[in-house]
Design a protein around this ligand. Structure first.
Ligand SMILES: Cc1cc2nc3c(=O)[nH]c(=O)nc-3n(C[C@H](O)[C@H](O)[C@H](O)COP(=O)(O)OP(=O)(O)OC[C@H]3O[C@@H](n4cnc5c(N)ncnc54)[C@H](O)[C@@H]3O)c2cc1C
Length: 447
């Protein structure tokens, strides 16, 4: 189907997420604003809506505000890989937080992944969840050794089924000779992200939370006993505020904005490839990633008919064609048969990076923040939204969270919300990836 972008260019693919083909968000009924509430939540993605469920079920009066229609931001645009990854290594975590906290952070990943599955089962959320396992490809021998050590750590320390994969074994998991080896972990699965959001939204509404979409929070200010929340539809008073705006944080909170850098992530979807092709390229229908700095991630669609291939986009404005072309060529590099494959969709969304590079829960005055998921929020945003709510309720039976820090991530120097440095960082990472692949190829030629 031809798609007009509104510019002179006519593209042979849609620029809306593939997920929206079978999951549309109907407009919500417009509800009157209540002048007072217990908690005002800003942001209606996985984090904000999950918090709303806990708070409303605890009997609190909750109003959630989203400046867009629900279902427009990262929570319905992502790759649906339920990874709960942590970017820093265990060594880096120990260096920064000490061994006990580092271990608690890693253990919580396991708890959060398990909790997602329990939630889906108990609340009967149909979102095509499948515990597929994840294959991570190494681009050179050095990365292979690192992955092998990581597999051992997951196995020994967390009891997760994980093992390294030699170059000769790679075709069992993926039809490519691009990788020098890799590793597999079986605790990660895939799901349909928009259906997950739709399920969480349904439960939040049924729990009694009031959802105000198309209602921007413009500013908050401390007042006696709570916070005045100025919205595009009027002012409300809330005893507490919970901010879950992640990469879509706008000028309403300039303090947070200086700490969170929105980075575009893009996914392209191929046209259906046919069973034979999928059997050859993704014989185990897993989730896939690799060790490159530009973080490529890919997977089969839930019906197994096509490949969704994602990576960093590198642009900050407009919707240029170059990131799509780049992703298609990277897809063709891993799977040479797909060099000229037709794409049905190419879309982008924003992920929230910050200087700490781990998801965070923190408090400033009467405001609690659950945000900064560093491109890994399918597990973390739901989990930390829930944890933030339990903190607000003051639930003493909850063990709390190792991600609950008493301070926010540090502000990014010379940054106020326009990420001017992204193209330069992207070019640096691209150069490093090319170098790492070149080094890998050179070591292949050694006698
Ligand atoms: C292309 C892409 C691929 C990804 N792939 C994966 C993946 O495979 N696995 C994974 O774990 N994670 C992935 N992620 C990351 C994941 O989607 C996010 O971490 C997660 O959805 C964040 O959820 P959230 O609730 O914090 O924020 P969001 O879902 O982004 O919601 C934030 C909301 O805040 C609202 N908002 C902002 N400012 C205001 C305001 N002033 N007033 C009212 N509302 C406001 C916005 O409108 C928005 O709806 C990906 C992200 C993208 C973009």
């Amino acid at each position: 189907m031809m798609h007009s972008t509104g510019t002179a260019t006519v593209r042979p693919f849609k620029s809306t997420p593939y997920w929206w083909e079978d999951c549309a968000f109907a407009p919500l009924p417009v509800m009157p604003l209540a002048a007072r509430c217990d908690v005002a939540i800003v942001g209606g993605g996985y984090a904000g809506l999950s918090a709303a469920i806990e708070l409303a079920r605890a009997g609190l009066n909750v109003q959630l505000f989203d400046r867009q229609p629900i279902g427009q931001a990262a929570s319905s645009r992502n790759g649906g890989m339920a990874s709960g990854s942590i970017r820093p290594s265990r060594k880096q975590l120990i260096h920064r937080f000490g061994e006990a906290r580092a271990n608690a952070i890693l253990m919580e990943g396991k708890a959060a992944r398990d909790d997602l599955q329990t939630f889906l089962d108990e609340e009967k959320v149909e979102c095509d969840f499948f515990l597929s396992g994840l294959f991570d490809g190494a681009i050179n021998d050095r990365e292979c050794e690192e992955l092998s050590r990581y597999a051992e750590l997951l196995q020994r320390f967390l009891g997760i089924e994980a093992f390294s994969v030699s170059r000769a074994e790679v075709p069992r998991y993926i039809g490519t000779d691009f990788y020098a080896g890799g590793f597999v972990r079986m605790d990660i699965g895939g799901l349909h992200p928009a259906k997950l959001l739709d399920g969480i939204l349904r439960i939040a509404r049924a729990s009694g939370a009031t959802i105000h979409e198309n209602t921007a929070v413009l500013a908050t200010s401390a007042d006696v006993g709570g916070v005045r929340v100025a919205t595009s539809r009027g002012e409300v008073f809330a005893k507490k505020v919970l901010v879950c705006t992640d990469a879509y944080t706008d000028g309403f909170d300039p303090w947070l904005r200086r700490r969170i850098v929105p980075v575009r992530s893009r996914i392209v979807a191929t046209e259906p490839l046919g069973d034979g092709v999928m059997d050859r390229l993704m014989p185990k229908r897993m989730m896939y990633g690799d060790t490159r700095q530009l973080s490529y991630y890919y997977r089969p669609s839930p019906d197994g008919s096509r490949i969704l291939f994602g990576g960093r986009d590198g642009t900050t404005e407009g919707d240029p064609l170059s990131p799509t072309t780049h992703l298609r060529s990277e897809l063709g590099r891993i799977f040479p048969d797909l060099q000229n494959v037709a794409l049905s969709h190419s879309w982008f969304g924003q992920v929230a990076m910050h200087r700490d590079m781990i998801p965070r829960l923190f408090t400033a005055g009467d405001t609690v923040y659950a945000t900064g998921f560093c491109g890994s929020g399918v597990v973390w945003a739901r989990w930390l939204g829930k944890k933030a709510a339990l903190k607000l309720i003051g639930r003493t039976d909850d063990a709390g969270s190792a991600f609950d820090f008493d301070r926010a991530p540090k502000a990014v120097p010379f940054y106020r919300g326009r990420p001017w440095f992204i193209p330069a960082v992207y070019s640096l990472y691209e150069w490093r990836d090319k170098r790492a692949i070149r080094l890998g190829k050179q070591s292949d030629r050694r006698p």
